[in-house]
Design a protein around this ligand. Structure first.
Ligand code: ADP
Ligand code: MG
Length: 394
């Protein structure tokens, strides 16, 4: 991950450039500067790895600023963003002499910016992983298996356990149910994020979230009208996820059970894909097909994890056969507890610790596994021994 500064003369261009770099998913922090050699970098501040420079602020001033940064840090990667589609050769030469490494036209093409940054990363540290993946995708083998229940309760337990920022993006189609399960009155939704890419930096993204006060889980609400999905490209969703990852410790997303080839980029970005299923014939049959599809899409089977919800002891025989057939171990078993779950749904709250029941304990255990934190005390003891398989692959 890289550090960056965006340099522009006005607030609108600054926020546009910030949105562009944050949407690449390759940047961990962004400073906002103006092209003033007297002011930036400020005392005690260092020149970041990458500087995105808006030449609309005055070519000469900007190129002087570029030369100034280059003197302070010769390895800095300066990317100029020009209002001219075809800059003349003289300007290009001047820019090169001032330390500009890449010249991109305004409006910025996100894929060109991403490639420029990836080239730079590869030169700096060949073969090194450039992205810090925080995304955990929750996908249902079919509707009604409990994907949203798992997403909400895992998110709430993760926030409680880690005391870090945990975001849940509701990408389920046609309707998102996360807000309903948490009794949140969200003012904004995924539509506002994906439909405003030119403004979507971390500040804008944070303003779209609704906080579930009790657990600390932050939610980007889903669609409450199927038409909200019209015109949202899946490539836009990947950029929303990048911004979410740039400003949070954990990003979960509930994608429900419907997806298309275009969502592949989001699935590939994930650190982990949790496939939620029940242990009945239709759910396991569909689960096998999802796993096969993921494989044909080039998604590493190591990051696909099967979570069996509404588990009952009598399911074990079917699960053993499934594991044998697919060579995919069951990652977690979440017991069936209809009374507690429907009580929580009716209250519009995550399952509570006070319930002190095996299902809550298994969610805590799942959260601790994700966070790499071990549980102590009663939380650990309440996990049904043997229900939570130790087959973690990472
Ligand atoms: N572990 C569980 N035990 C009992 N009932 C559950 C459990 N998990 C989910 N449910 C119930 O299953 C139904 C579907 O859950 P939901 O999370 O909306 O599924 P999905 O998002 O896959 O459509 C709901 O009525 C919910 O209360
Ligand atoms: Mg759902």
């Amino acid at each position: 991950m890289l550090t960056a500064a965006v340099v522009a003369a006005d607030a609108k261009s600054t926020s546009y450039l910030r949105a562009c770099v944050e949407q690449t998913g390759l940047i961990e922090s962004v400073s906002e500067w103006t092209p003033s050699t007297d002011q930036y970098p400020q005392p005690g501040e260092s020149v970041p790895d990458v500087v995105l420079l808006d030449l609309a602020g005055g070519t000469e001033t900007c190129l002087d600023f570029s030369a100034h940064l280059r003197r302070l840090r010769p390895t800095v990667c300066i990317i100029a963003c020009s209002p001219l589609k075809q800059p003349d050769p003289e300007l290009l030469m001047q820019a090169m002499r001032s330390g500009v490494r890449e010249f991109l036209a305004h409006p910025l093409d996100p894929s060109l910016l991403e490639s420029a940054l990836k080239r730079f990363i590869e030169e700096q540290a060949p073969g090194q992983k450039s992205v810090d993946r925080k995304l955990v995708v929750l996908m249902g083998s079919k509707g009604g298996v409990g994907t949203t229940t798992v997403a909400v309760n895992l998110g709430a337990q993760l926030a409680r356990l880690t005391q870090k920022r945990v975001i849940l993006l509701d990408l389920a189609r046609p309707f998102g149910h996360v807000s309903l399960l948490l009794d949140l009155r969200a003012r904004f939704s995924i539509r506002d994020a994906a439909g405003n890419l030119e403004r979507l930096d971390s500040h804008f993204f944070n303003a779209l979230l609704t906080v579930h006060e009790k657990s600390g889980l932050e939610v980007l609400a889903g669609a409450s009208d199927p038409e909200e999905w019209h015109g949202i490209a899946d490539s836009a969703l990947a950029r929303v996820v990048n911004v979410a990852q740039s400003c949070n410790d954990y990003v979960l997303t509930d994608i429900g059970c419907s997806y298309s080839f275009e969502l592949r980029s989001v699935l590939q970005m994930a650190r982990m894909i949790m496939l939620v299923a029940e242990a009945d014939v239709p759910a396991l049959w569909t689960l096998e097909r999802h796993l096969a599809k993921m494989a044909t899409w080039g998604i590493d089977s190591q990051k696909c994890h099967v979570v069996i919800n509404r588990w009952h002891r009598t399911d074990e025989e079917a699960l053993k056969a499934f594991e044998k057939r697919t060579k995919q171990p069951v990652y977690a078993r979440l017991p069936n507890d209809f009374r507690q779950v429907s009580e929580a749904v009716n209250l519009g709250a995550p399952l509570s610790r006070n319930h002190n029941n095996p299902l809550v304990s298994n969610f805590q255990q799942l959260a601790s596994k994700l966070a790499g934190v071990s549980l102590v005390g009663p939380e650990k003891r309440n996990t049904i021994f043997g229900l939570f398989s130790n087959t973690s692959k990472r």
